[in-house]
Design a protein around this ligand. Structure first.
Ligand code: MRU
Length: 352
């Protein structure tokens, strides 16, 4: 996507280095940083310098490829296996991370070159799939639509284009008059910081709303369509996504607002029967208790925003049962969140 006059991907690999947009600094500073080994890639995933299902998938693939590149002759296999373990322990919920590691690991057993080629393929495929999600999702958007989205499932969360925002970009490009309501998405504010930054850069009219404003707006008939991303989708159509998605989906059903999930086939977990089997990441209480931002001189500060002495609980994702989901927008078309359509998708897919 264009930032200023230059096209960027969220994460990419050149030689034996991985480059990424440091997302913790956005929207206040745009900086590219570098990771030179698997451990540095894992650090970037854990600390959410790179985040979002597809972007961490691509990063995990590059991290796995780096392990094959850097493995010493002595104890080579042990080195590679422990690198894989480290990558897979970074973040448990997003399916794309495990999918990318599996693919690159298998290719690396054949040769180092194949590991690198596969990691590049995973990243390229993520960008292509996201673009196609935009093509199909755009069909749902009518001129004048007001769309709500949660978290950041824009291009920053993938390698390019994004999922929930890809149809929004396609509709805007086609000249449709649209307006986006952006859930702020506490505690890390991926909506207020990242989605808003993306939409502002793209010149798409939008407003940030508090997380608890969605029900009110829907009850007033102000939302025509809700689109979110997904971190893992079970075989029965249950969807794990950023915490708060479940509430939006329930409210959308109550008020008759179509609720769509946008995700590539690589986010489907064809081994997972239903949402109960999805591991939900618990993150540090500090993300709830403290907030970060710049002062008037642009210096970043971290301040406590909760009562001193109290603790916080911080589940990072929730699971929305399939019954609340109108449809899933994939790179192969829009499907119903049912066992039948997901098993057909599995059959027609190289991911199954
Ligand atoms: O914790 P994050 O920021 O990595 O969260 C993942 C997400 O970006 C969201 O859950 C998103 O809606 C899913 S699609 C990337």
């Amino acid at each position: 996507m264009l930032v200023g006059i230059k096209n960027y991907r969220t994460v990419w690999m050149e030689g034996s280095s991985v480059f990424l947009i440091e997302q913790n600094l956005l929207p206040f500073e745009f900086r590219i940083i570098q990771a030179d080994d698997t451990h540095e890639c894992c650090q970037a995933i854990r600390t959410m310098k790179v985040r979002g299902a597809g972007a961490i998938g691509a990063m995990a693939g590059f991290a796995m490829a780096l392990a094959f590149i850097k493995a010493p002759q002595k104890n080579r296999h042990t080195f590679i296996l422990s690198a894989r373990e480290e990558i897979e322990a970074t973040r448990p919920t997003a399916r794309n991370l495990f999918y990318a590691v599996e693919k690159v690991f298998a290719a690396g057993l054949r040769s180092v070159d194949e590991a690198v080629q596969m990691a590049q393929w995973v990243a390229d495929k993520d960008a292509k799939d996201s673009r196609m999600i935009g093509v199909y999702g755009n069909e749902l958007i009518k001129n004048g639509f007001r769309i709500e989205t949660h978290c950041n499932a824009g291009w920053l969360a993938f390698v390019d284009y994004g999922t929930a925002l890809s149809p929004v970009y396609a509709a805007h490009k086609e000249g449709k008059n649209i307006f986006v309501y952006v859930d702020e998405t506490r505690p890390r504010n991926q909506g207020a910081r990242l989605t808003a930054w993306e939409l502002y850069n793209a010149g798409i009219p939008h407003v940030i709303i508090p997380d608890n404003a969605g029900a009110h707006l829907m009850s007033q008939g102000k939302i025509d369509l809700m689109i979110t991303g997904a971190d893992r989708i079970a075989k029965n159509g249950d969807v794990a996504n950023k915490i708060g998605t479940l509430e939006k989906a329930i409210v959308a059903k109550e008020y008759g607002v179509p609720f769509y999930v946008a995700a590539p086939v690589s986010t489907f977990d064809f081994t997972c029967e239903d949402g109960k089997d999805i591991t939900i990441e618990e993150r540090s209480e500090d993300e709830v208790l403290y907030q970060e931002g710049p002062d008037a001189d642009g210096r970043m500060h971290r301040i406590r925003v909760c009562s001193p002495g109290s603790h916080a609980e911080n589940p990072a994702f929730d699971v929305t049962p399939a019954k609340y989901i109108t449809g899933i927008i994939t790179e192969k078309g829009i499907i119903k969140p049912t066992k039948e359509s997901i098993s057909k998708l599995a059959l027609s897919s190289e991911y199954a």
